[in-house]
Write a protein that binds this ligand. Structure first.
Ligand SMILES: [Ca+2]
Ligand SMILES: [Ca+2]
Length: 255
């Protein structure tokens, strides 16, 4: 067990620090507030990146405060990205956003999404290790209309190769026909899917931890932390405690 702890600490010490930086964030608000939520911006409010619809989906800006609102703290000029026309095949249409993860690992994607009643219930997420191919991570199920959902996905580089330290990193979110079905399902179980249904996005964020080589001070902290950790392991062993199972907030949907 102690050997495992040593290996884990060595990997974490060299792989990255314990804090996360925002690499890109889209609030969709006007850079200069104009008290008009139908105007906004596709340019990140933090960091650098690009974002846009694909496969026939159209976008405008809408009020980010409707139906309880997104997590955007902006109150007077809080826009969201309103998207519609999701009927196209094969990916059902959606949005793609790109930002470099060069120098960063443990990439996390988070966003708020509002499902209208007749929008697609299944919301698939893909990432790109090369800027072109989009590899499916999983799908969220938004089974309630006129509802905001908060999504958060951590891309462990061990499982999601090419997510870390990648200048071509990209994320695709698209409507999806669930496995075993021949058509899209509506978010509201009492409704029928329609191409006029909409998804609205807000607070799209890509964050990560820097990949750093520890210097003198860091190594001293590593050594002190290692001693403390070994002590904790020995105490836990004496008390017969087991490690907690990590909590996973993201679950895959249709295959
Ligand atoms: Ca906003
Ligand atoms: Ca505005």
């Amino acid at each position: 067990m102690i050997k495992q702890v040593l290996a884990a600490m060595a990997i974490s010490a060299f792989a990255g620090s314990s804090y996360a930086d925002i690499l890109a964030q889209w609030t969709f608000n006007s850079p200069t507030p104009d008290a008009n939520t139908s105007t906004g911006s596709l340019i990140p409010s933090i960091g650098a990146g690009t974002l846009g619809p694909f496969n026939g989906v159209t976008n405008t800006f809408s009020d980010g405060r409707i139906n309880g609102g997104s997590s955007d703290p902006g109150t007077t000029d809080n826009s969201s990205l309103f998207t519609t026309n999701y009927a196209s095949w094969p990916f059902g249409g959606g949005i793609i956003f790109r930002a470099s993860t060069a120098g960063y690992t443990n990439i996390t994607i988070s966003y708020d999404i509002h499902h209208s009643p007749t929008s697609s219930r299944y919301e698939a997420v893909r990432y790109s290790p090369d800027g072109i191919n989009m590899l499916r991570i999983g799908a969220w199920i938004g089974d309630s209309g006129d509802t905001w959902f908060h999504r958060e996905i951590n891309l462990d580089p061990f499982f999601w190769s090419g997510s870390a330290n990648n200048s071509s990193f990209a994320i695709m979110i698209h409507a999806e026909i669930p496995s075993g079905s021949q058509s899209f399902l509506a978010s509201d179980p009492a409704s029928t899917f329609s191409s006029t249904g909409s998804w609205a996005f807000d607070m799209i964020t890509i964050s990560g931890t820097p990949t750093l080589v520890p210097e003198g001070g860091t190594f001293a902290m590593f050594t002190a932390g290692l001693a403390a950790c070994i002590g904790t392991v020995l105490r836990r062993k004496r008390l017969g405690l087991r490690s907690r199972t990590p909590f996973r907030s993201y679950s895959g949907g249709a295959a």
